[in-house]
Ligand binder design. Structure first.
Ligand SMILES: Cc1cn([C@H]2C[C@H](O)[C@@H](COP(=O)(O)OP(=O)(O)OP(=O)(O)O)O2)c(=O)[nH]c1=O
Length: 209
């Protein structure tokens, strides 16, 4: 079987790949998320960063498929990454409240040996209800926004701000699983076939939820 690697230090991505029943090994190469010059459009930016992360992982691996991903929030053309501190988190939440924004995740899968690469991106539209200054302050103080693009976690307490999601929910949390499954199939790895060989794992996952 082709070994699968996830080049990511995001606990959310790890959890989502586990949810899909895909056995994998974690790689945590250090990757800069800086881009030189004029920033490209959001979909190109996330694809480029996902490719950079997967490529950094691929340098550590002789054989297998290496997955990289990158997530950003875009509000009226402005790219919101992870907030530097709680003041930056509050500033982002002030922008996002009472309006819709887009979440973009780029995906890259690199095959080793050979380096055959597939990239893709996914966009999800998320709408926030109106938030009071007090709610924003209290939420920022929980620490949840710290390592999340756009300063919120749809999978966490941030859920109480979201009135609608159009598109892939898993894309918001950092790993669009439907898109990834199609990409892996392009490399001959079929997620359901993996899961079918591991019924005990799946039942265990369900029971624990
Ligand atoms: C919008 C949103 C983002 N996020 C997270 C997913 C990503 O971990 C993070 C975006 O940062 P990324 O730079 O995409 O990822 P990361 O630095 O956490 O991990 P790595 O680069 O090593 O793979 O924001 C949520 O967990 N929930 C949300 O609702």
């Amino acid at each position: 079987m082709t070994p699968i690697f996830l080049a990511s230090s995001s606990p959310r991505r790890r959890a989502l790949l586990e949810q899909a029943g895909i056995p994998f090994t974690l790689l945590t190469p250090r990757v800069s998320e800086e881009v030189d010059g004029e920033p490209p459009p959001p979909h190109q930016l996330v694809e480029r960063l996902a490719r950079r992360k997967a490529a950094a992982g691929a340098r550590l691996v002789d054989r297998g498929l290496i997955i990289g991903a990158d997530t950003i929030v875009v509000f009226r053309g402005r790219v919101l990454g992870k907030p530097a501190d709680s003041a930056a988190a509050e500033e982002m939440l002030h922008l996002l409240q009472g309006a819709s924004h887009d979440v973009f995740t780029g995906l890259a899968v690199i095959e080793q040996p050979g380096g055959r690469t597939m990239t893709a991106w996914e966009r999800t539209r998320v709408t926030f209800r109106t938030l009071t200054d007090e709610e924003i302050r209290l939420y920022a103080a929980t620490g949840e926004p710290a390592d999340k693009a756009g300063a919120y976690a749809a999978q966490g307490l941030g859920a109480i701000f979201i009135t609608s999601i159009e598109g892939c929910y898993f894309n918001v949390v950092g790993l669009p699983l439907a898109r990834l499954a199609v990409m892996l199939a392009g490399f001959g790895v079929h997620v359901l076939a993996l899961a079918a060989g591991r019924p005990a794992f799946i039942n265990k996952g369900r029971l624990e939820e």
